[in-house]
Structures are given as structure tokens and as C-alpha cells.
Design a protein around this ligand. Structure first.
Ligand code: HEC
Length: 117
């Protein structure tokens, strides 16, 4: 194989294994955030996450029982993992076709990065 093809293959491998981005790499804007649990977080999570995470075990579609996002305390306790699965460029949650729009994922990132006020 020629060197160029090898580099191309390596690049593809790297892209395919792109790591999830972390809440630690996403600073809260200097001006803070206007988003709050009441104006944003609660409805975002209810619509996109609690349909599995907030159910009885038979209806959770496999969502782990230790991960519910029904209160602000739950959200703050899990904010790093919520970020890693659903915020900014991270799109592995929710699973399936009904993805929230990219703009909402960026709002989620900002809100979590600012401590989920
Ligand atoms: C259709 C059902 C479903 C929906 C909706 C859903 N999840 Fe999940 N979630 C799962 C399942 C199944 C798992 C376990 C498998 C896995 O981790 O991929 C899981 C696991 C998780 C975990 C624990 C594993 C980890 O990576 O730490 C987190 C955090 C999570 N989901 C966040 C979310 C967030 C945030 C949303 C909304 C944006 C969401 N999920 C929406 C089914 C769902």
C-alpha cells in the first residue's frame, strides 16, 4: 500500500473512533447563561430523555435504573454523563431517529457547563 493510502486509512480510523467531548472542554460563557431548569432543562429532558430514563423498569427500553433526570438534583449529579451523551457534538443519546435539533444540543451544553442553574 502506498504511503498516502495508509495515511487516509489512519485518518478514517481516527475519525471513526472520535471520542465524546467532555463538559470540561466546554466553558460557561463569561456572561453566564440565560437558560434555567425551568425555562429549558426540565422540558428538554422530559421530551428527549425521560421517555426512557424516567419510566418503570418494564418501559425503560434498557435505560439504567440509576440514571433518571426528573429533578434538578438528579441532573446536577449526572451532568458530566448527560453532557458526554447528548450535548454539543455528542449525539449517542437519545438512541434512535428522534434527535433533538443541534441548536438544542448546544443550549444543553451551555446550560450544563454553567452548572445547570
Ligand atoms: C429510547 C430510550 C432512551 C432515551 C429516549 C434516552 N436514553 Fe439514555 N440510555 C438508554 C439506554 C438503553 C442506555 C444504556 C445503554 C447505553 O449506555 O448506551 C442509556 C444510558 C444512558 C446513560 C448512562 C450511560 C453513560 O453513558 O453514562 C446516560 C447518561 C444517558 N443514557 C443519557 C441520556 C440523555 C441525556 C438522554 C436525552 C437527551 C437520553 N439518555 C435518552 C435509553 C434511552
Amino acid at each position: 500500500m502506498c504511503r498516502l493510502q495508509m495515511y487516509a486509512l489512519l485518518l478514517l480510523l481516527l475519525l471513526g473512533c472520535k471520542a465524546e467531548s467532555s463538559i470540561d472542554d466546554y466553558p460557561c460563557p463569561p456572561t453566564g447563561t440565560k437558560l434555567t431548569y425551568d425555562s429549558f432543562g426540565s422540558s428538554f429532558l422530559a421530551e428527549n430523555c425521560q421517555t426512557c430514563h424516567g419510566r418503570q423498569s418494564s418501559e425503560r427500553k434498557g435505560a439504567p435504573s440509576s440514571f433518571d433526570f426528573g429533578t434538578i438534583a438528579d441532573v446536577r449529579a449526572h451532568k458530566a454523563r448527560i453532557f458526554a451523551r447528548a450535548a454539543a457534538e455528542n449525539v449517542t443519546m437519545p438512541p434512535g431517529p428522534d434527535d433533538p435539533p443541534a441548536a438544542a444540543r448546544h443550549e444543553l451544553a451551555e446550560w450544563l457547563a454553567c452548572g445547570a442553574p
